[in-house]
Design a protein around this ligand. Sequence first.
Ligand SMILES: NC(=O)c1ccc[n+]([C@@H]2O[C@H](COP(=O)([O-])OP(=O)(O)OC[C@H]3O[C@@H](n4cnc5c(N)ncnc54)[C@H](O)[C@@H]3O)[C@@H](O)[C@H]2O)c1
Length: 351
Amino acid sequence: MKRILVTGGAGFLGSHLCERLLARGHDVLCVDNFFTGSKQNVAHLIADPRFELMRHDITFPLYVEVDEIYNLACPASPIHYQYDPVQTTKTSVHGAINVLGLAKRTGAKILQASPSEVYGDPDLHPQPEHYWGRVNPVGVRSCYDEGKRCAETLFFDYWRQHGVRIKVARIFNTYGPRMHPSDGRVVSNFIVQALLGDDITIYGEGTQTRSFCYVDDLIEAMIRLMATKDEFTGPINIGNPVEFTIHDLASQVLALTGSDSRLVFKPLPMDDPRQRQPDIALARQVLRWEPETQLAEGLERTIEHFRDRLLTQQIAELAALARSGPRQTAQPQAPTELVPDAPAQPLAQTA
Ligand SMILES: NC(=O)c1ccc[n+]([C@@H]2O[C@H](COP(=O)([O-])OP(=O)(O)OC[C@H]3O[C@@H](n4cnc5c(N)ncnc54)[C@H](O)[C@@H]3O)[C@@H](O)[C@H]2O)c1
């Protein structure tokens, strides 16, 4: 049994990781400022005496005793990380300094959740780990891309200079239950639009390809990476190399939800990559890992999650309506939480 810290543990990936680590018998400390994550994501874990939830912003130092650290804290979708870009860079950079300092003091092993965005707008497909990337340092996405690149630099300098045991995972597009419903990502967008009967928006002709990894497969790879020998630091790509066109994805979502939403085509945005695909040869070799969940199976589980949330919310809204004054005929409405909105204000304000 180990004491494991998961920063960003109340987010999409973090909540699945906490769940899996508890199931393996570990003590889990989940630290989150609830910017994009929520208590609801880990509510089912609270009763477990080996689980602890702490509200904390990792841009401030944290003093706890742990054996392993998974550093996931950081908003991950453009809508959320561009909301307060200075705070995003601080979360990646100050956050990395704080968790690496903690690892140095406690001797804990530490894993960084880096994204495929560290490759920027790549001119090499698929991207192997030795590719240095093609990143704009002054654009609106730079707070995320460069923040995460700087965090990788810090990880490798703490390893070289202080002997901290590090692991750097480069994660590609992941989907599954508990994705933020309004983060603007293609999988959650399509599912919510289909369940609400809204038009499904496809940019361009939908021939651009994406690869999607189901969350359970990704979490398995992260845990295997943490268990590798100290000499293995990464970076290592984790993702699904199987590509689907956006049109394929929309068709599968329509079929699985039984929705009669229409497909609507809009012009392709300027910066929309034609293709993004991981080279996972290293993960196959070192982690003996590759994704196992088929897209249809993963989509079904994700759709079930969103359908449940939608139902719970509609029931709550109908109950509130029934309690409030004179009887009226309730009109079905789009649940407010599943309609895109601005993210909650982060705890720490940017200077
Ligand atoms: N989901 C993906 O497809 C994907 C792909 C590549 C990399 N990643 C990385 O994985 C990590 C988790 O991503 P996710 O999809 O679960 O996103 P998420 O937004 O659901 O989770 C991030 C969590 O971090 C918390 N957080 C943000 N800033 C914080 C701060 N300063 N202090 C404490 N907590 C803070 C949020 O409240 C949230 O719970 C991120 O670091 C992201 O860059 C995710």
